[in-house]
Design a protein around this ligand. Structure first.
Ligand code: AP5
Length: 214
């Protein structure tokens, strides 16, 4: 299965990609995670990308396209992948299309997770991610007064992302409307797009995605 998970910041792409990976076996490839890993490794690419990311802007196309080309050509992607956060511009969409065509492949589906803007700020400001296992959770998931440990691996390796501050979130939402929304229109034209309601519990949203994929 070759799938694109599409949606604005905070729509739940990462949360759902992990569920699909666990239940349906396709590998999650998140451009945001690849860029954050490059930052943590202190590479030149990672340090340059951090400037764009912390301000809520997109990293240049050629950088992310290069990352996706490298990652999808690895052996563990042979039976498919879930792209989380890519493509985000029309040139990225074109590059992906050409790359897949070059291998005689194509996308099976693009799932757009639809969530009103009014819910996104609250979701992102309350997000915690785990450095140890990669799990993503929300402030409201913790018991009141209890120490915040990862709800999946129980370590205290939780952190809040540098770009989950209100000013950066507002800029990310503007960037999504200006540069990424046209990608959805293009996939709709290509007959690949399925819209699903992203409001409700993560499990309810996952059930809707499974219905579309079946
Ligand atoms: P990236 O890491 O991809 O961030 P994003 O697209 O802004 O998406 P998020 O990870 O913030 O949200 P999500 O939809 O995955 O939601 P999540 O599941 O975590 O990109 C970061 C930056 O990297 C970009 O701004 C850009 O600079 C750069 N970049 C990345 N890709 C790029 C590209 N292709 N081109 C150029 N630049 C690129 O959930 C969010 C919160 O909501 C969590 O707390 C979660 O627990 C909660 N939640 C999830 N589902 C639900 C639900 N159903 N109900 C209630 N709460 C929920």
């Amino acid at each position: 299965m070759r799938l694109v998970l599409f949606g604005p910041p905070g729509a739940g792409k990462g949360t759902q990609a992990k569920k699909i990976e666990a239940e349906l076996g396709a590998l999650q490839i998140s451009t945001g995670d690849l860029l954050r890993q490059a930052q943590a490794d202190g590479t030149a690419l990672g340090l340059k990308a951090a400037e764009y990311m912390n301000a809520g802007n997109l990293v240049p196309d050629e950088v992310v396209v290069g990352l996706i080309e490298d990652r999808t050509s690895q052996d563990d992607c042979k039976s498919g992948f879930i792209l989380d956060g890519f493509p985000r511009t029309l040139p990225q969409l074109e590059s992906l299309d050409q790359m897949l065509k070059g291998k005689g492949e194509g996308l099976d589906r693009v799932v757009s997770i639809e969530v009103p803007n009014s819910l996104l700020m609250e979701r992102l400001c309350g997000r915690y991610s785990c450095k140890a296992c990669g799990a993503v959770m929300h402030e409201r998931d913790f018991e009141e007064g209890a120490p915040k440990v990862c709800l999946t691996c129980q370590t205290d390796a939780l952190y809040q992302r540098a770009d989950d501050k209100p000013e950066a979130i507002e800029q990310r939402l503007r960037t999504f409307d200006d540069q990424t929304a046209p990608v959805k229109a293009k996939y709709e034209q290509m007959g690949l797009l399925s819209r699903i309601d992203g409001v409700g519990s993560p499990t309810a949203v996952f059930d809707r995605i499974k219905e579309v994929l079946n």
